[in-house]
Design a protein around this ligand. Structure first.
Ligand code: FES
Length: 164
């Protein structure tokens, strides 16, 4: 349950915290629930729009050794990164067409949350200072001596599985 909360609302101290506080303040509640109605003009983060919470991760799939099921393959729109926590690791998960990629969520420049960045093709841009990474191999286009760790992703049936 915490995974879904992190996916939708971000970490408690993440970049979406001010947005969450603004929304919950408008609703007069201390915390928004995933099924709670939103004010019609509330700003939505791209990742929230892209993630279809109505499609749950398959429960009948056995992931390959060393992998964990994280999402249903249709739960995320292509072109929008999201932040997930798998086995205690913060990971930026991206879908480009029907291909999936995963990198560390932590930018090597100053620990920006890459899963809250923007994705243009295979290039993921950090939301803090704009460093750009190729999600296929983790290479950094902005600072070639830096790199972000990548994780293998496999789709088994309808399940997206990330190696942890
Ligand atoms: S923290 Fe990512 S570019 Fe600065």
């Amino acid at each position: 349950m915490s995974l879904w909360k992190d996916l939708v609302f971000g970490r408690e101290d993440g970049m979406r915290a001010p947005l969450r506080k603004a929304i919950t303040g408008l609703l007069g509640r201390s915390e928004a629930a995933p099924s709670a109605p939103r004010p019609p003009d509330a700003p939505l983060q791209a990742a929230e729009k892209a993630l279809n919470l109505g499609i749950e991760a398959p429960k009948d799939v056995t992931p390959p050794d060393g992998y964990e099921v994280v999402l249903h393959k249709d739960a995320l729109e292509p072109g929008v990164p999201i932040e997930i926590i798998v086995a205690g690791k913060a990971i930026a998960l991206c879908k480009v067409g029907n291909e999936w990629f995963a990198t560390s969520n932590t930018c090597p420049h100053a620990e920006g949350p890459l899963g809250e960045g923007t994705l243009d093709g295979h290039i993921l841009t950090c939301p803090y200072h704009g460093w750009m990474f190729d999600i296929r191999d983790g290479s950094c286009l902005t600072s070639p001596s830096d790199k972000v760790h990548t994780f293998s992703v496999k789709v088994v049936g309808d399940a997206v599985c990330v190696e942890v």
